[in-house]
Write a protein that binds this ligand. Structure first.
Ligand code: PHE
Length: 451
């Protein structure tokens, strides 16, 4: 979701860095689009039943909304799979931070955490980041909850507080994050983020540790323009300056110097001021990360009272899709050698241009039904289609909405685009999946079919 204007922010409440571009598991050795069955759809909130995940059990309750399909991604850890494109980007970012930001003793300033469990508490995902209890980003329809207290992290920011509390002042976190969303070539319910956090003591900041000249210049122009500002305001400006400089250097390392970037004001409950960075890609401005100066209340509550800092979170799929020209987010999950071997490079900085696998024709099927009188969200249906249809489903779109003038019941019509990544699908094959979707929608969502 892009957050390009405050109006939009007020409406949506929270910008989420995803877009392309927004997970042991029982490692699935499934080919693209092998047919999953209706029983894969998780029982919702059945009392007395527990969800088993990464060796722990979580009792289900009325918040439980995980699907087997999504559970099956937990533990895949694409960002830790050597030579995977997401791993390649992670390694390039690590290398950049390790070589550019070193402490006095010559050791890297930033430590890297890429094995933290994606199961977090709702406190970690929301409260620790000052996200209010009634904030729309907590909606069941947008997140994967194990139960009322635990969920699959919706962003890597969920680890900020713990790592600060542990006493760290410069770190990167890389991991899989989960959000319920529409299905198309740019969105997948699991994607990967890389988070960066850096704290400074005020002394460190004003000493102009790095790039002293530009910091000083900046400080001077700032002082003359805002004579009345407090020391803290100045410190915040310096942090903002450092943040933007660090991120500009990072993306020009990744993309090359010719890249054009711009900053867009934004809103996150845990940073102020907040920004998104957009990069100009073939004339189109694309959002690649969210960032800002950390809210002091957060930093203080984690025990780092006399420090001030910045944080950023970038979407790895989005960067990889731009960098390597990858057209479809589902490809990241492919175990097809024709995809993976294109990224087997001896030097992580070597340029890779992805050669697309041939495109086979799509099969479109529509489905219409009357919604139940309550408890229906569109994302329930998107999840269900994804669960039943697996990676055969390229896209699901709501193409018609209708309210009956007399009964006031609402009917939705969705168009499902089925496409196999590696062969032509037959109508017969698609029909059987489509029928399974119809049946499951009736049984699990309580809709009344108009099939
Ligand atoms: N967690 C935010 C998101 O997912 C991104 C972010 C990280 C913003 C750190 C500010 C600071 O959208």
């Amino acid at each position: 979701m892009i957050c390009s204007a405050l109006i939009r922010v007020a409406h949506e409440g929270l910008c989420l860095v995803r877009k392309a571009t927004h997970v042991c598991r029982f490692h699935q050795h499934r080919a693209w689009g092998s047919k999953p069955v209706a029983s894969e759809f998780a029982a919702r909130g059945a009392p007395g039943i527990v969800v088993e995940l990464l060796g722990k059990s979580y009792p289900q309750d009325d918040h439980t909304n995980l699907t087997q399909k999504v559970l099956s991604k937990v533990g895949r850890n694409l960002h830790n799979q050597e030579q995977h494109p997401l791993w390649l980007i992670k390694e390039r970012v690590k290398e950049h931070f390790y070589s550019h930001y070193v402490g006095r003793s010559g050791t890297p300033l930033f430590s890297v955490y890429d094995q933290l469990s994606p199961v977090v508490t709702t406190w970690q995902n929301f409260d620790s980041l000052l996200i209010p209890g009634d904030h729309p980003s907590r909606k069941k329809g947008d997140n994967y909850y194990l139960n009322r207290t635990h969920m699959l992290r919706a962003h890597t920011s969920a680890h900020q507080w713990d790592l600060l509390h542990a006493g760290l002042d410069a770190f990167l976190v890389v991991g899989d994050v989960y959000r319920r969303d529409q299905i198309d070539s740019q969105h997948y319910p699991v994607f990967h983020q890389l988070e960066g956090v850096r704290l400074f003591s005020k002394h460190e900041l004003f000493a102009g540790v790095k790039d002293g000249e530009s910091l000083q210049l900046f400080e001077q122009s700032f002082r003359s323009a805002h004579k009345q500002e407090t020391h803290t305001m100045e410190a915040m400006k310096l942090v903002e300056f450092d943040l933007k400089q660090v991120l500009t250097k990072l993306v020009s390392h990744l993309f090359g110097d010719e890249l054009e970037v711009r900053w867009v004001d934004c809103y996150f409950p845990f940073t102020h001021p907040s920004f998104e960075m957009e990069i100009n890609f073939h004339g189109e401005w694309l959002e690649v990360l969210g960032c800002g100066v950390m809210e002091q209340r957060l930093v203080n509550s984690a025990g780092a009272h006399d420090q001030i800092g910045w944080a950023f979170g970038l979407g790895l799929e989005r960067l990889a899709m731009i960098l390597y020209d990858i057209p479809d987010i589902r490809l990241f999950w492919s175990e097809d050698e024709r995809f993976l071997k294109q990224f087997h490079v001896s030097d992580i900085n070597q340029r890779v241009k992805f050669q697309p696998l041939s495109k086979y024709p799509a099969v479109l099927n529509d489905i219409s039904f009357w919604l139940p009188s309550e408890n229906y969200t569109e994302n329930d249906f998107y999840d269900l289609v994804r669960t039943i249809g697996g990676d055969l489903v390229e896209k699901v779109e709501l193409i018609d909405k209708f309210e009956h003038p007399k009964t006031h019941r609402t009917s939705h019509c969705y168009r499902i685009t089925y496409r196999h990544m590696e062969r032509t699908l037959s109508q017969k094959e698609v029909n059987s999946v489509h029928q399974a979707v119809q049946q499951a929608a009736v049984q699990l969502l309580g809709v009344e079919g108009r099939f």
